[in-house]
Every structure is written in C-alpha cells, then in structure tokens.
Design a protein around this ligand. Structure first.
Ligand code: NAP
Ligand code: MG
Length: 515
C-alpha cells in the first residue's frame, strides 16, 4: 500500500523557532565553506588538479567550495561505470529503488534548513525561495518514488485462454542529467532521481554555478544506500563534457533543463546516430520562458499588482516561470501600473541571509551584464518607471525594474532576460490581451486575473502555455499539484512532478506466453 502523497509544507519564518532553525543551518554551512569536493565515479572519489570554484553571488569574495572537474577521459570512465551498474540496477526491485528515495527524502527533511542556507549562500536565494527549493526537492523524491511503485507492474492488458499477455515498463539505460543553476537542489535532484528510480543509471553534470549543493545531494543519496555506479557525479564544462556525453553512442537519453540555446543544441546533436549506436536517443528538454500575466478590466486589481510583483521579482526574476510581461487592458492599465511601481519600490533588495530581504543578487557577472544590457535596450523600447540600476561592488545586485508602455513585439517583451525586469503593454480589450500574450516563441507559464468565468474559459482554450494560472501569479508550481513543463520553445512539455513524468524514463515491453 503506497502512502498518500502530500507536498512538503513551506516554513513559516515569522515563527521564532523556525528563524533559529534556519540560522543554525547557516552556521552549519559557514562551518564548511571553502572545502574541496571530489567527483564520484563508480562509487570512488576522484580528485583532479583543475577545479570549478563556486562563489557566493551576494559576496564575490566568499568561496562556497571547490569541486574537481571532469574531463572527457573521466566522463568516459563514468560512462563505463554507469553501463556496468545498469546490468544489476535495472533488475533491482522497484521497491528497493524507491526506498533509496524515501530515505533520501527523510535525510533532506532532517537537514532542511542546512540545505536552504546552502542555497542562500551558493545561489543567492532569500529564505523563502530557498525553503521552497528544498521543499520541492523533498517532494520530487517522495512523488517519483510513489510513481515507480504505481508503475512497477505495468498496465493490465487482455489475455486469452491459451495465452498470457503482459505489458510492463522497463528502464532505458544510461541517462545524462544536465540541470540548471536556478533550482540547484529541486531540479537537479528531481531530474536525477526520476532517472534512477526508474532503473536507469545516470551521469550527473551539474550547472557549474551550483556544484556544491549538487555534491551535497549526491552524498545524501550515497548515505541513503544508492549502490556504486548508479549515479556518477561529474561536474565539468557544459561545452566540453556536455557535448561529449550528448554525442556518446552509449547515451540512451538526455534529461536537460536550461536555456533554449543549449536545449536546441542538445536536441540537434542527440538526433545524430553515431558509430556503434543502436538506438535513437530520447531527449527531455525543458527550456526558457517569456511568461505573461494578463490583467482584465473585471478583476481584483490589488491581486493583479501583487501577483505581478511576486512573479516578476521572486528570486530576482531568475525563474523560467517568472513574469516578464504584464499585459493589461486599457481601462485599468494606469491603476495597475501605478500600484506595481509602488510595490516594487518598497521591495527590500540585499543580503539574502537577512530574513527581511525579498530579493538577493543575480547569479554571476555574466548574468549581471546581460541584464543591464537589456535594461539599456528597455530604455529605448519603453518608459523606465522603477529600478534600472545595478551595483556589483560586493555582489551582483540589480534593482527590480519596471518598463511601461512597451510594444508587445519589442525585444524586452520577446527575449528571455532572466533577471528582475518586467515590461507592461496596454491592450484595447481582453481578446487583444490574449493575442499579445500568445505572441512569443515560448509557452511555459501564464496567468490571467479576471472575475469573469467566460473569460477564464476563453483563456483555458486559447492561452497556449503549459502551466496556466487563474487569479494568482505565474510562478510556484508544486510537485503533484501543478505538473510543470512548457510548449513551443519552452521545451518538450515533460511535466515534471506529474503523473506521466516517469514514463519518459521507461519503455514498454509486451510479453506474450502461449499455453
Ligand atoms: P544553461 O546555460 O542552458 O545551462 C544549463 C545546463 O546546461 C548547465 O548544466 C550547463 O553547464 C549545461 N550546458 C551548457 N552547455 C552545454 C552543452 N553544449 N552541452 C551540454 N550541456 C551544456 O541554462 P542556465 O543558465 O543554467 O539556466 C537558466 C535557463 O534555464 C533559463 O533559460 C531558464 O528559463 C531555464 N529553465 C527552464 C526550466 C523549465 O522547467 N522549463 C526550469 C529552470 C530553468 P554549465 O553550467 O557548465 O555551463
Ligand atoms: Mg549558464
């Protein structure tokens, strides 16, 4: 009997006991800052001379840790280990594979605030955002373990008196897992454990900005009893070992979450059949977003403004689901814009280790420059009404920025900025607002603020995004409640945290026995 699934609750940080628990976590993390971490290949720790150094984006001089760096030779060694481990792991009972995830979830829950504090330090996540990231990681473990238990006997099919037929799911083989830095625990853990609980073995190439939290999570899986070779941890350069592993003849599938540019590249390279390769690779690719909140004139305008601000500036806008476009119907445009500007100017930006901070830094130097470049572009495409400046003297801080009166076709309304920038466009009416909303090459999330049932139905049919929300913001999907993934250039619509997700890591086998 599989226990029912409930998502991990968010921590209420207004409670003093919880504040102390987070601060205790922060002290634990501060106790191990600057340490060295190894690769993990076939259960062995491997140290290299070359390192990836992880810095605190809120305080550039603070080193979070240094991780050994895999090259092609070590990536090949990891591939061989994963191929070998697949021979036994694919036959390990699904219940035992699920148990590793359940135990890892228990360990994470026990060390919840330590992991959240590490996310604050390594990725610049304020308390609430870090807490949600850790909770989501726990949810993925709990959810995919249950999903495996539900799928383990396959699906009943018809048999006849003289034959017995079965339809079962078997794993694929070795998967290459390539997550982004923006949910350095949740997405990294979710994509990794989905692959392995399904009976595959995996090579995890974490995002280079957030290698330490990935190293710590791999330790958790080891502690939870994952056998050697099932998961190999091989941080390294995306272009060097990323391409090598994507091209590898023995790679059976690739699970990627990240930018459109890299996702398209992986998809193209994976399509090529290389020498010795005897299958077509499967690609799961979740990519960028350019997500819109539509505000109707029959709407709670305060809710609209609050939703836009929270969705645009939570984690400095560095979410694939972040609201970067607000499309507002003409008659209420000025009012919503004015309230958004007011709320934005009141946001507290600064050190994410302070509980009061709403918004911390952006992830690194190149993100900082790219976002400021877009802000310059925005100044010629719209009217700057809040923010617009950055300061990188200590960390990579950018003020939450609002542009008004932008053409929905303008660059800042079309290209993913991945920073705290939102543009406003005016629509003549609701129909036009939905048209504007759909006019991007992406299709990840969107939200509609309206009190009108017919308009909700209209958006349900015509607003083409993988995750559509009504009368709330467009971020914050919860595992098992809002399965997540996008249309068009946002990806393959894999719906992480949803009932179909594990099937992407499995293949169906029919057996028919004649009596
Ligand atoms: P990214 O630059 O595309 O990197 C993602 C991962 O790909 C990293 O691990 C990166 O390694 C690796 N990589 C880079 N080049 C590669 C190559 N040639 N072959 C194989 N792997 C390669 O994205 P990011 O900056 O980390 O993350 C932000 C992006 O992710 C945004 O576009 C955001 O919208 C998207 N995202 C989408 C979702 C979703 O569910 N749709 C969720 C979260 C984020 P290095 O770090 O070593 O470069
Ligand atoms: Mg990157």
């Amino acid at each position: 009997m599989v226990q029912p699934y409930h998502h991990e609750p968010f921590t209420d940080f207004s409670v003093e006991k919880n504040q102390l628990a987070y601060q205790e976590g922060l002290r634990t993390v501060e106790g191990y800052l600057g340490r060295d971490y190894d690769l993990l290949i076939d259960g062995e720790q491997v140290t290299t001379d070359e390192k990836i150094v992880s810095y605190n984006p809120a305080n550039k001089s603070e080193i979070i840790g240094r991780v050994s760096k895999a090259n092609k030779e070590l990536a090949e060694k990891a591939m061989q280990a994963a191929l070998e481990a697949f021979k036994t792991w694919r036959k390990t009972k699904p219940e035992l594979r699920a148990d590793v995830l359940f135990k890892a979830a228990a360990i994470l829950r026990r060390r919840k605030h330590e992991f959240s504090a590490l996310l604050t330090k390594e990725a610049g996540k304020p308390w609430r955002e870090a807490d949600a990231d850790t909770a989501e990681a726990i949810d993925f473990l709990e959810y995919y373990a249950r999903q495996m238990l539900e799928l383990k006997n396959g699906v009943p099919i018809q048999s006849r008196p003289n034959e017995f037929n079965r339809f079962e799911y078997i794993p694929l083989g070795v998967g290459v897992i390539i997550p982004p830095w923006n949910f350095p625990l949740a997405i990294m853990a979710g994509t990794t454990v989905a692959a392995i609980v399904a009976g595959n073995t995996a090579l995890l190439k974490p995002a280079s900005n957030t290698v330490i939290v990935a190293a710590k999570f791999v330790e958790v899986l080891q502690e939870a009893g994952l056998p050697k070779g099932v998961l190999n941890y091989i941080p390294g350069s995306g272009s060097e070992i990323g391409d090598y592993l994507v091209d590898h003849k023995d790679t059976r599938f690739i699970s990627f979450t990240g930018s459109r540019e890299v996702g398209v590249r992986i998809n193209e390279r994976a399509a090529r059949v290389n020498e010795g390769q005897i299958w077509l690779k499967r690609v799961i690719a979740e990519m960028g977003g350019k997500d819109t909140i539509v505000v109707d004139d029959e709407a709670d305008l305060e809710l609209a403004a609050q939703s836009i601000v929270a969705s645009a500036f939570g984690f400095s806008g560095q979410k694939c689901s972040a609201c970067s476009r607000a499309i507002v119907v003409e008659s209420v445009y000025d009012q919503v814009l004015a309230r958004v500007v007011e709320l934005t100017k009141a946001l507290q930006v600064g050190d994410p280790t302070n509980r009061e901070t709403f918004m911390g830094p952006v992830i690194d130097q190149s993100a900082f420059s790219k976002i400021l470049d877009y802000i310059e572009i925005g100044k010629s495409e719209g009217r700057l009404v809040a923010g617009g400046t950055g300061d990188q003297s200590k960390g990579y801080f950018i003020q939450p920025t609002v542009f008004a009166d932008v053409d929905p076709e303008a660059r800042i309304m079309q290209e993913e900025i991945f920073g705290p920038v939102v543009g406003f466009s005016k629509a003549k009416n609701y129909d036009e607002a939905l048209q504007f909303a759909n006019r991007t090459e992406y299709g990840l999330t969107g939200a509609v603020i309206t009190r009108n049932r017919d308009k909700i139905q209209q958006a349900r049919e015509d607003f083409h995004v993988g995750n559509l929300y009504f009368n709330r913001g467009c971020t914050g999907a919860i595992v098992g409640y809002q399965p997540f993934g996008g249309f068009n250039m946002s990806g393959t619509d894999s719906k992480a945290g949803g009932p179909d997700y594990l099937l992407l890591h499995l293949q169906a086998k029919t057996t028919s026995e004649s009596y």
